[in-house]
Write a protein that binds this ligand. Structure first.
Ligand SMILES: Cc1ncc(COP(=O)(O)O)c(C=O)c1O
Length: 1019
């Protein structure tokens, strides 16, 4: 296509009412005036009058002017074209790039799967649950591991979680690890960053530069020295130099030492005909203990490094029944509904941060769920044969290229005796960097210069990686480019025929023994199957999705188009910077925009979720205190109402809680809330005295999880700073204040933005999310990763002087940053403030409509002005009626939430942070009419329950399945199965779209009838 032509959009935006509304706010001017009027207000800014003037943001916001829809589209296309993505690349280096089956973009377009939240309401989320279950099953089949979780951020963070898991499993409290030097350096950097200041320790065992692998003898020797403290050995199946490790020997060594064998693998290479499944490693075939990997490339293009897909697996067999309970993240399990229908549900949640808080096994919350969904689709679309072919093509391309290149003068394999699979390192007769640049000028991204990984290298080592993307012509062209640079084969010195070049053989012991046995389902049937799964979910596209604290706002279609533009999506993170200028400019602009939005002087775009942003914040706190010699600061103050990730993050950062009786000696200390729902300042002062000199910082959610702005934040921050501590603001609720509150003036030292909340990134049924963390000048030198800087010669990368290191491989979820950027360009300087003000207006208006029917929580604060969300509970009289019908007060709220499903909505957030609360966040994405119908529906739900409390025994009625028996699912946990036939998909009994067309009274009538029938059946 001509580089000036803008391709047509793949949809008609005018047919999507929210898509073309200014700032994606569909409420009309009359709507807004009417809602303001009902609150006795006339202007949007009156909604935020209670925020102290001293912390208000000065106008105008330093953002560019908003772009019209057409201009925005043109802009993102042109921006993507500033990158250069050649059609020939041999990059890889832990993030290869394969062909993407057509089913993947099809599934990515199923909005109910892509935009739904984490499946906390399983009856309305069977679509998400099934796709994640399929992912678990496919990966279990490929790896031989019985329990694969529903994803981690990426391979690097998955490795860190594996070390924590192994330490927990180690009965003697061992905390030391040996990591093979052949692991990816990017991953080792993340390990270094995240283990700093924790109780886990490790040594990296260097590779043998002649072999590219780590000698077992050296490893054994080092293991013997650390025998008393060793908890595990982490090793790659294919190392960062392309060499295959002796996985049987490594597994057996770990087991002889009584420690966990942690393997890092690439699932693509485990297809039939490929490498040995980790579940069968070892002479006896008992397998490794913990599995770590990256699977992004199975489903999506590189996206300049992310979203990634961290694979994490555990054994779950007769010998390892309980290990899985120490695993991080979410698992989807087999279940049944009350009527015995097959269903899926999240299991083992009691390990997770939202329940266990500082005792959780990990702080991960938002994961990479939708990439897992897409990976299931990709594997099933390829089927057994397609996976085998993709794996085999990478191998054949690698050996063909090696044979051709090794004939050239001075070119040899860096490790001639070590087997490789689809990547190898060449020792060149010239500088690799020069070779890469010359190839770039000829339109090829040649490979990665790995000289720094090899002691003694003279800068001449080049890693080339292969996949199913290279055609024979590409390999010919590759050889031609080498010949241009190095000269033709020397007829005297080189073998006459390429095929006579001898490559190291892959021992049969390294290869898979049995076929994987993946199903081969028909492509058309798979489309129908995934479409039916999507219909089991709902999307904020259609109507209010009121999950408090989750900001389920509309996710513009144009963001998706922007993120999938080839110039952005196909770009590999190892591409030369000169070819990545379009993406780097986006990153640079995002840094600038978020400085403006937060009022803070520095920003990192590397974190990939709120919880990871928190961890970055606390790691920077530690680095800051260390730099001042204040390593004794071992306490973090966190309000009781905080999200579970806050205390879990503090623990993961190294602030482990030590208690003596009821007294907390160190770690996470809870602050009480005052009667106004805000932090109790008197209690805070007591804590500051009690822990004087030992407080590393405070974590405050603002607005807090009751939807109330912490009006004394500035005072709290000043108290904290006076004590030498730092202030973290959990910015999950930025949708309420973005553009209105200057966080610098508030006294914030670090804040995360959940881009998957405020900045319109779809939740994907649990992830991937994204986060941008802004910091004060104190913390700027410690920022993770790299900063993008603008120079006279274009955009470049710079390491902050005292950086804590990277927290995620590459640049985080870059695809999501493109989405956030596209959204911000649509909002412009006026839109950010308008967006938050209308979000607050919607919540205030809805609260006003419901206040007369439902009490507000916290009980003492009915009149504290709410921001973007509010919490209600059932009236006392309703609780009494329910108790009389056998539904105790503590069990009433969950079922009441299920009534929302019957009216075609998603449930609000139930029982958090108030046990009897329904936390409602409507967002700015709906019209007044939509909010009115929603309010009327909630009022009608109350009427229904008052008139017939037993309805809560039978809810929900119209979803594909009845209430799911998660107690049994957690007693007999089943997290994978061999896939043979396509699972059945149960239809909605009344589809949400149909419910949306029905009068509320008709829905109520249908509920009464359905409930009566169910009660009769139960008798
Ligand atoms: C208040 C709050 N803090 C932190 C988090 C964690 O963010 P993430 O899920 O992006 O890791 C959430 C997520 O729901 C939240 O609501």
């Amino acid at each position: 296509m001509n580089q000036t032509t803008i391709p047509p959009l793949p949809y008609n935006p005018k047919a999507l009412p929210r898509e073309t509304a200014r700032h994606y706010i569909p409420a009309t001017a009359q709507d807004i005036q009417a809602m303001l009027g009902s609150l006795g207000l006339s202007q949007l800014d009156e909604l935020l009058q209670h925020i102290p003037a001293s912390v208000r943001m000065a106008e105008p916001l330093a953002l560019p002017e908003e772009l019209s829809y057409e201009a925005l589209y043109r802009h993102v296309v042109e921006q993507s074209r500033k990158n250069c993505v050649p059609d020939m690349a041999f990059l890889g280096d832990g993030l290869p790039h394969y062909k993407v089956p057509d089913l993947v973009p099809f599934v990515a377009g199923l909005r109910e799967l892509m935009t739904a939240y984490t499946p906390y309401q399983p009856e309305r989320s069977q679509g998400t649950l099934m796709t994640q279950w399929l992912y678990q099953c496919c990966l279990a089949m490929l790896t031989g591991f019985e329990a694969i979780n529903a994803s981690q951020y990426d391979r690097a963070t998955s490795l860190v979680e594996a070390l924590y898991t192994a330490a927990r499993l180690s009965r003697q409290g061992r905390t030391h690890f040996l990591l093979l030097g052949s692991l990816w350096p990017q991953d080792l950097e993340v390990v270094r960053t995240l283990l700093e200041g924790t109780r886990l320790t490790y040594d990296v065992v260097p590779i043998d530069p002649a072999r590219g692998t780590v000698p077992l003898a050296a490893l054994e020797q080092q293991a013997t020295v650390k025998a008393d403290t060793l908890a595990g050995i982490a090793f790659p199946q294919v190392g960062s130099l392309g060499c295959l490790e002796d996985v049987d020997g490594l597994t057996d060594l770990a087991h002889r030492l009584g420690v966990r064998a942690i393997v890092v693998t690439d699932p693509m290479l485990l297809a039939t005909g490929g490498l040995k499944a980790p579940g069968t490693f070892g002479q006896e075939g008992e397998g490794a203990d913990i599995l770590v990997g990256e699977a992004q490339h199975l489903a999506i293009p590189p996206h300049y490094g992310g979203p990634g897909l961290g694979v994490f697996g555990m054994r779950y067999n007769a010998a390892h029944q309980q290990d899985m309970r120490q695993a991080p993240g979410r698992f989807v399990g087999d279940a049944q509904d009350e009527a015995g229908r097959p269903a899926k549900v999240m299991v083992l949640s009691t390990r997770e941060q939202h329940i266990r808080r500082h005792k959780a096994t990990s702080n991960i919350c938002t994961n990479q769920g939708f990439v897992a969904t897409l990976t299931a689709a990709a594997i099933l679309a390829r089927g057994e044969q397609g996976m085998q072919e993709a794996c085999a093509r990478g191998r054949t391309n690698a050996t063909t290229a090696a044979r051709a290149l090794l004939r050239l003068p001075g070119v040899r394999l860096a490790f001639p005796d070590t087997p490789f699979w689809n990547a190898f390192v060449l020792a060149l007769p010239c500088s690799s960097a020069a070779m890469i640049e010359t190839a770039r000028q000829r339109g090829i991204h040649l490979g990665v210069d790995v000289s720094s990984r090899l002691p003694g290298s003279t800068g001449n080592h080049l890693l080339l990686s292969f996949s199913d993307l290279q055609e024979p012509a590409h390999l010919v062209r590759l050889t031609e480019v080498f010949v241009e640079m190095l000269g033709a084969p020397d007829p005297a010195g080189a073998p006459a025929h390429a095929t006579t070049v001898t490559l190291p053989e892959v021992p049969t012991a390294y290869l898979r023994r049995e076929p994987v046995g993946l199903p081969s389902w028909d492509g058309e049937q798979l489309r129908t199957f995934f479409t039916s799964l999507s219909e089991q979910n709902i999307s904020p596209d259609r109507t209010c999705y009121p999950l408090g604290s989750c900001t389920m706002k509309y996710n513009p279609y144009i963001n998706e188009v922007a993120a999938s533009l080839p110039g952005f999506a196909q770009l590999h993170p190892d591409a030369p910077l000169a070819d990545a200028q379009g993406t780097l400019e986006v990153l640079y602009n995002l840094q600038e925009y978020f400085k403006a939005i937060t009022g803070l002087p520095a920003v990192t775009t590397q974190p990939v979720a709120g919880a990871q942003g928190e961890l970055v914040g606390l790691k920077m706190f530690q680095a800051y205190h260390r730099s001042r010699g204040e390593t004794q600061r071992d306490v973090v103050l966190i309000p009781h109402s905080a999200h579970g990730t806050n205390p879990a993050t503090a623990t993961m950062a190294g602030f482990e809680t030590v208690q003596r009786g009821a007294e907390t000696l160190s770690g996470v200390v809870e602050i009480h809330a005052g009667s106004n729902g805000q932090i109790d300042l008197d209690h805070l002062r007591q804590l500051l005295t009690r822990y004087r000199g030992r407080i590393a910082g405070i974590m405050i959610t603002n607005p807090n999880t009751s939807g109330v702005f912490e009006t004394r934040f500035q005072e709290i921050a000043a108290l904290m700073h006076a004590e030498g501590g730092l202030v973290y603001m959990d910015g999950a609720n930025m949708n309420a204040i973005a553009g209105w509150v200057d966080l610098g003036a508030l006294g914030v030292d670090a804040v995360h933005n959940n881009n998957h909340k405020t900045w319109t990134i779809p939740h994907g049924g649990g992830g991937p999310g994204d986060a941008i963390v802004a910091v004060s000048a104190r913390l700027a030198p410690f920022l993770p990763g790299v900063q993008v800087v603008r120079t006279a010669h274009g955009y470049a990368l710079e390491h902050p002087p005292q950086s804590i290191g990277s927290v995620h491989r590459h640049f985080g979820n870059m695809g999501h940053k493109i989405r956030a950027y596209t959204y911000l360009r649509a909002l412009g300087r006026q839109g950010v403030r308008r967006m938050s003000a209308v979000a607050v207006l919607a919540a205030r208006y809805l609260h006003q409509r419901l206040k007369g029917h439902f009490p507000t929580l916290p009980r003492e604060t009915p009149d504290s002005p709410r921001m973007h969300e509010f919490i209600i509970t059932l009236p006392e009289a309703t609780f009494e009626k329910l108790e009389a019908a056998g539904i105790s007060r503590t069990r009433a709220i969950g079922p009441f939430g299920k009534l929302f499903l019957d009216f075609g909505y998603h449930a609000p957030t139930v029982s958090f942070p108030e046990a009897q609360g329904l936390m409602i966040e409507p967002t700015e994405s709906y019209t007044k009419a939509e909010l009115d119908r929603f309010a009327d529906a909630i009022i009608m739900m109350l009427q229904l329950v008052n008139e017939q409390p037993t309805i809560l025994h039978t809810v929900p009625h119209f979803t594909p399945v009845d209430r799911i028996d998660d107690v049994s699912a957690n007693k007999h946990v089943v997290v994978s199965a061999r896939l043979t036939t396509m699972p059945p998909v149960l239809p909605n009994r009344i589809a949400p779209d149909q419910l949306a067309q029905m009068p509320l009274e008709a829905i109520a009538e249908a509920i009464r009838a359905a409930s009566a029938a169910k009660l009769q059946d139960k008798q």
